[in-house]
Write a protein that binds this ligand. Structure first.
Ligand code: HEC
Length: 157
């Protein structure tokens, strides 16, 4: 029975191959696919320009140059400390924390909703209606740009 060993080895390879392909197909080893909306939102977050036209998104206040949220809130959105300003963690997880967002000084602030985040970004008012300090810009976002940006804030870990 010289072939028996070979046969068994062949079977093991076959079964292993099928399981391996199955795992690959199941996406277990693939990173989660990023939706187009999230990718567009990330573009806005990083560049401050429209993903379709490349045109800067207009704003009032701020620093008067083309920059995205990342320029002031950090590449991960968790906020920055600079000599000129301190910016908060604007991940969706933090802003909408039911116990209140964690402010840069570690204290708990208000809890944002989607609409209150939108108001902060477009009108420069915090969740309690008080004006946000310079240099937080007031962005003139289209409906699409807002939806994309919100999707990305939600996707930030
Ligand atoms: C030029 C710097 C700058 C840019 C660019 C900027 N921010 Fe801000 N942002 C700030 C600062 C500083 C604050 C804190 C203001 C304060 O404490 O009153 C802030 C506050 C906020 C808040 C309110 C959080 C709170 O503490 O209540 C939100 C939400 C926010 N930013 C979102 C964004 C988003 C989204 C973008 C991009 C579309 C953006 N910011 C771009 C500087 C910036």
């Amino acid at each position: 029975m010289r072939y028996r060993g070979l046969l068994i080895a062949g079977l093991i390879l076959l079964v292993g191959g099928v399981i391996g392909l199955g795992l690959l197909g199941s996406g277990l080893f693939n990173p989660a696919p990023v939706s187009a909306e999230v990718a567009r939102g990330e573009w806005i977050f990083r560049t401050g320009t429209d993903p379709d036209t490349g045109q800067p998104i207009p704003y009032a206040g701020g620093m008067g140059m083309v920059m995205g949220c990342a320029g002031c809130h950090g590449p991960d959105g968790r906020g920055l400390r600079t000599p000129m300003f301190i910016s908060p963690d604007i991940t969706y997880r933090n802003l909408t924390d039911p116990a209140g967002m964690v402010e840069p000084d570690g204290r708990r602030g208000p809890t944002y909703t989607d609409e209150l985040i939108r108001r902060a970004v477009t009108r420069g008012l915090d969740a309690e209606g008080k004006p946000l300090a310079w240099p937080m810009p007031r962005w003139r976002l289209t409906e699409r740009q807002w939806q994309d940006l919100l999707a990305y804030l939600k996707a930030l870990p």
